[in-house]
Design a protein around this ligand. Structure first.
Ligand code: HEM
Length: 153
C-alpha cells in the first residue's frame, strides 16, 4: 500500500511539473513575444489548466498522507530541511488554489471590467508563486530523500 502511494505521488508530481511547465511557457512565452496570451497559446493554456485543476486536489489529499506514512527520521539535522519542505508544500498549495480561483471566479461571476483585470493581475502573481514554490519543492524533495525511511512492505 505504501509503495503504491509513493508511486502515485511520483506520477502526480511529474504530471504537475509537466502541466505547470506548459501553463508557464504558454503564458509568459506569449507575454514576452506579443505582450499577451492568445490563439494557440491560450488553447494550450486552457487544456493544461484542466489537467492542473484535476491534479491539485489529488496532490492535496495524497501528499500529506504520503508524508505521514513515510515516517521521517527524527535526526536533528533533518528537522529543519523537512519542515522547510512541508512549508513549501503548503505555500505551493495556497498559491495553486488562488491561481485556479481567480480564473474560475472570473468565469462564473459578473465582476465587471475592473474586477476581471484585478483577477488577472492576482492570477499572474499567484501563478508566478506557484511556479517558484513548485521548483523549490522539487529541489527540496530530492535533497531530503536520504532522510526519508524506505517504506516497509
Ligand atoms: C501554474 C499555473 C498557471 C500559471 C503560471 C498561469 C499564468 C498565467 C498568466 C501569466 C496569464 C496572463 C497572460 C496574459 O496576460 O496574456 C494567464 C492567463 C490566463 N490563465 Fe493562467 N496560469 C496558470 C493556471 C491557470 C489555470 C489553472 C487556469 C484555469 C482554471 C488558467 C486560466 C487562464 C486564463 C483563462 C487566462 C487568460 C485571461 C485573460 O487573458 O483574460 N490559468 N495565466
Amino acid at each position: 500500500m505504501k509503495r503504491w502511494l509513493s508511486l502515485l505521488v511520483i506520477v502526480v508530481g511529474v504530471l504537475l511539473i509537466l502541466t505547470t511547465a506548459v501553463l508557464a511557457t504558454t503564458a509568459w512565452g506569449s507575454i514576452l513575444r506579443i505582450g499577451h496570451m492568445g490563439s494557440d497559446a491560450l488553447i494550450a493554456h486552457m487544456a493544461a489548466s484542466g489537467v492542473f485543476v484535476t491534479l491539485v486536489p489529488i496532490a492535496a489529499i495524497i501528499i500529506p498522507r504520503w508524508a505521514r506514512r513515510n515516517r521521517f527520521s527524527a535526526a536533528d539535522s533533518a528537522r529543519g530541511p523537512l519542515r522547510l519542505a512541508g512549508l513549501l508544500f503548503w505555500l505551493w498549495l495556497a498559491a495553486s488554489w488562488i491561481t485556479m480561483a481567480t480564473m474560475l471566479s472570473s468565469m462564473v461571476q459578473n465582476l465587471g471590467t475592473t474586477g476581471l483585470i484585478t483577477m488577472l493581475s492576482i492570477h499572474r502573481w499567484s501563478g508566478a508563486i506557484t511556479v517558484i514554490t513548485l521548483v523549490l519543492l522539487t529541489v527540496a524533495g530530492i535533497a531530503t530523500r536520504r532522510w526519508r525511511e524506505v517504506p516497509a512492505e
